[in-house]
Design a protein around this ligand. Structure first.
Ligand SMILES: [Mn+2]
Length: 343
């Protein structure tokens, strides 16, 4: 790993402009990793931009972002990066069409509406693609790949890189790394929690993180409407396979009535594991008549990624997701069958 850190440090030394991106609908690890790396890159003297195709989630209340978050390449103006980092992104397509183009062509996509250029390219020079991730199914799409699926969070790798560079994990940088750690380990309770991730958390704590203040901003920030929606969802949970599968299927109409967005469902899938005896939690969200988003959770003793792979999805052993092109009830039934086959 130190050889890759050294190579990254050398490349960043040569670079002037650095673009950072992550997967769509970013979770705390995606945001934390991107923001932490942006702090690092700025510290090294590079100009930087962050791009998140679906924007920064409203409930992630990090302070002092190093740069604003863009959602489209048009927002870059004449900023042409020397390096583009993809963080916590198991597959370059997960970063959205523009960033997927960038990863494949090593150049920015042509402006929307412009004549598509087969070679693709807003610039002659090739942009160096760096892929930092912890998804086991990451194909290694970068010129430089730092992919370690034993890591609890991508931000763990970013934190170690900061320490390699001799940077302090205090303040905004440490907080961003910590956000990734607690998100992906469920506050250090999931099977992926490791001595390394706890030790890194402890070093951030020692560097001055105020965990109570952090929780107040990043966890204890619900609306009453969200609390009520979760109450409805909890009442709708059903068990199958002798109580080993807990399922909650959310019809679009419920979301429309609530006036809330999909952000407000974040984390519910993990909650399903709370029921005694449940090995797999299945959360199904109806996005359209033949279009459902599924999220699966386990405690690491059941590989949920094997189930989402059937539907061309991805993720980790204990947390994975996919899109199922079926109506809500049928999607739920089919996925439960796939889980049962593997129990
Ligand atoms: Mn992650």
């Amino acid at each position: 790993m130190h050889e890759i850190f050294q190579r990254l440090a050398e490349e960043l030394n040569k670079a002037e402009r650095v673009l950072l991106t992550t997967h769509v609908v970013p979770d705390g690890d995606a945001v934390g990793s991107t923001v932490a790396l942006a702090h690092i890159v700025r510290h090294l003297g590079c100009e930087t931009r962050m791009l998140m195709r679906t924007g920064l989630p409203a409930d992630i209340a990090l302070r002092n972002l190093p740069t604003p978050v863009l959602t489209r390449c048009a927002g870059l103006g004449d900023f042409v990066p020397d390096i583009a980092f993809f963080v916590d992104c198991g597959d370059e397509r997960r970063a959205g069409p523009e960033m997927g183009f960038l990863a494949r062509n090593k150049s920015l996509p042509p402006p929307e509406g412009a004549e598509a250029d087969a070679k693709g390219g807003s610039a002659d020079k090739k942009i160096l693609i760096v892929n930092i991730d912890h998804h086991a199914d990451n194909p290694g799409f970068g010129d430089i790949n730092l992919v370690q699926h034993g890591r609890a969070a991508t931000s763990e790798l970013i934190g170690l890189f900061a320490e390699y560079l001799g940077l302090s994990l205090s303040g905004d940088l440490g907080e961003a790394v910590y956000l990734g750690l607690v998100t992906d380990t469920g506050n250090f309770t999931y099977a992926n929690t490791s001595a390394d991730s706890l030790a890194l958390g402890a070093r951030i704590f020692a560097a001055g993180l105020n965990v109570a203040d952090f929780s107040r901003r990043c966890d204890n920030n619900w609306s009453l409407a969200r609390m009520h929606l979760w109450g409805c969802l909890m009442r709708a949970v059903t068990l199958s396979a002798d109580g080993s599968i807990a399922c909650c299927a959310v019809p679009r109409s419920l979301m429309d009535e609530s006036g809330l967005g999909n952000d407000d469902l974040e984390g519910f899938a993990s909650w399903l594991r709370r029921i005694k005896g449940v090995r797999v939690g299945l959360f199904v969200r109806e996005d359209g008549p033949d279009n459902c988003k599924i999220s699966l959770r386990s405690m690491g003793d059941f590989n949920v990624r094997a189930v989402t792979a059937v539907f061309d999805g991805g993720g980790h052993i204990s947390a994975a997701g996919a899109t199922v092109r079926l109506p809500l009830q049928e999607a739920t039934r089919v996925v439960i069958e796939e889980i049962q086959k593997r129990l």
